[in-house]
Write a protein of this length. Structure first.
Length: 145
């Protein structure tokens, strides 16, 4: 995923989702889009606070709003840990890779068909979210071994 989302790109993404492009929303979206990996809420808060005066609750509410409007994906990692990354489009449920050495998460693209849904045919379910996480050691950590 590309890093460095511009203010104009953030405004466009918000408008496409039917949201007003307030200064705080733009800054939060730029913070998430400014990294090539899923970021934690505290990381996003620090990035936004470096350029603007904003409180923690406002950032968390904006993150929830952006997830609700399918602008961001939220990775629920257990133990109350969450990370956020950009969605490419409305249907963008993509898998992630977690490095067990450096604890970094990476978005995996082009992983269509990673979930075989044949076994779900008799299940009367309305699946709203799929979360697939692969774990191992990233190339950067492997090269330092």
């Amino acid at each position: 995923m590309k890093a460095r989302m511009t203010a104009k790109a953030a405004e466009h993404r918000l408008a496409a989702a039917g949201l007003e492009a307030t200064e705080h929303r733009v800054r939060v979206l730029m913070a998430v889009g400014g990294t090539p990996y899923p970021s934690s809420a505290p990381e996003i808060l620090d990035a936004v606070r470096a350029k603007s005066d904003i409180n923690r609750v406002t950032v968390y509410r904006i993150l929830d709003l952006l997830v609700e409007h399918e602008v961001l994906n939220r990775l629920d990692l257990g133990d109350k840990s969450r990370r956020f990354c950009l969605r490419e489009d409305h249907d963008d449920e993509h898998p992630h890779f977690h490095c067990t050495r450096c604890d970094r998460y990476l978005c995996l693209r082009h992983a269509q068909g990673i979930l075989n849904t044949e076994g779900l045919e008799g299940l009367e379910a309305d699946i709203r979210h799929v979360d697939i996480r692969l774990e191992g050691v990233c190339p950067a950590c492997r090269s330092t071994t």
